[in-house]
Design a protein around this ligand. Structure first.
Ligand code: B12
Length: 308
């Protein structure tokens, strides 16, 4: 991340939505952000400072006080798991707010407006717990992007631009929240040659809300990679995602047997739109198909309760 000081305070206020007096107050009280000074002694912020302000905001949506969030960022450490569960829903946020957020992200997508897509996705994240915002805003937008692409209303460039920026924004959010979680690990990955890793972020946000810590391996993860990650990270549960059917050169029963061996006795779930088509094979290999992130969250929460 670029640490060269280059933005004046009003530009940072515009980029992050945090008013300039609040930025100055956070600096004074909590030591974050840490701007440099221009020759004429104006505050100058780097990209890294802007990222820190955004992280501070995200941690606050998780229920941390600004002082706790700042300490976490300054220490680079983690906070106790009991701070991590579901943050309060911002009072007064209703259906219309989600609808407006969806419309604004889509408008930016249709205009190929990179900055606009990122800004609107980030803005939507303050409407409630990230898992809920993902289900109410991000997932429907991605489905609509796919539908418009199918109808010829959006070309491949627009679809790729949208998925790349949404993916980068969610990766940033998820890694910030993951740093604040010290719960047991849940390993998440896409099956075999599947490149659709966007659903993993929705699942990761739901995992975080249940007090667990997601570890995302990402696209195209073969059983051998899962086996290594399982032995190194000792996850509580493994979640696999399948959006498209397996290519012909892969033998489905053999593949699921290999995943079963890779998880070494841990519970494993396969979700995503293609998973149901392989439900029998997954079950025969000892796994379970799962429809949505909320169901996984409920299962994890009930295991958490049993463990305590
Ligand atoms: C974005 C996208 C891409 C991006 C992916 C970028 C990325 N980093 O993820 C790129 C451009 C790479 C891509 C590539 C392809 N894509 Co595509 N893609 C999409 C698109 C537009 C959105 C997918 C998405 O993110 N949906 C949003 C997520 C959030 O929703 P979801 O999948 O329902 O996931 C939720 C649940 O299923 C569940 N879930 C999912 N996994 C798991 C796992 C667990 C453990 C749990 C608990 C829950 C869970 O929770 C999620 C969150 O709520 C869809 C259109 C659509 N209608 O979905 C097409 C779509 C999925 N793609 C499709 C196709 C055909 C392809 C390609 C083959 C195209 C090509 N010819 O190259 C390639 C395949 C490459 C490969 N081998 O994987 C088809 C699939 C058709 C089919 N029936 O198989 C679709 C439906 C488009 C279409 N209508 O034709 N794609």
């Amino acid at each position: 991340m670029n640490t060269e000081p280059r933005y004046r305070i009003h530009a940072v206020a515009e980029m992050t939505g945090v008013p300039a007096p609040t930025l100055r107050a956070w600096e004074r009280r909590y030591g974050i952000p840490r701007p440099g000074r221009s020759e004429s002694s104006y505050r100058l912020y780097s990209d890294a400072d802007v990222a820190e302000v955004r992280q501070l905001l995200v941690l606050q949506t998780r229920g941390l006080a600004p002082s706790e969030a700042a300490r976490l960022l300054l220490d680079g450490g983690s906070v106790p798991a009991d701070i991590a569960p579901t943050p309060p829903v911002i009072p007064g946020v209703g259906r219309e707010a989600f609808e407006t957020a969806r419309a604004r992200v889509l408008e930016a997508v249709m205009a190929y407006d990179q900055g606009g897509i990122e800004r609107e996705v980030r803005a939507s994240l303050y409407l409630g717990p990230p898992g809920q915002v993902y289900a109410e805003v991000v997932a429907p937008v991605l489905h609509e992007v796919g539908a418009r692409w199918e109808r010829g209303e959006l070309d491949v460039a627009g679809e790729h631009l949208a998925s790349r920026i949404v993916s980068a924004t969610l990766a940033d959010l998820t890694s910030t929240l993951t740093r604040a979680s010290s719960g047991p690990a849940v390993l998440l990955a896409c099956v075999a040659e599947d490149q659709h890793d966007l659903p993993l972020y929705g699942v990761a946000l739901a995992v975080l809300e249940s007090g667990y810590r997601p570890v995302i391996l990402g696209q195209r993860t073969p059983p051998e990679a899962i086996a290594v990650a399982v032995s190194r990270l000792d996850p509580h549960v493994v979640g696999l995602s399948m959006t498209v059917d397996l290519p012909e050169h892969i033998d489905p029963p053999g593949l699921f047997r290999h995943y079963a061996a890779a998880v070494a006795g841990r519970p494993w779930y396969v979700g995503g739109n293609a998973a149901l088509r392989y439900a029998d094979l997954i079950r025969a290999a000892g796994g379970e198909t799962i429809h949505d992130a909320l169901t996984l969250r409920r299962k994890l929460e009930s295991q958490h309760r049993k463990a305590h």
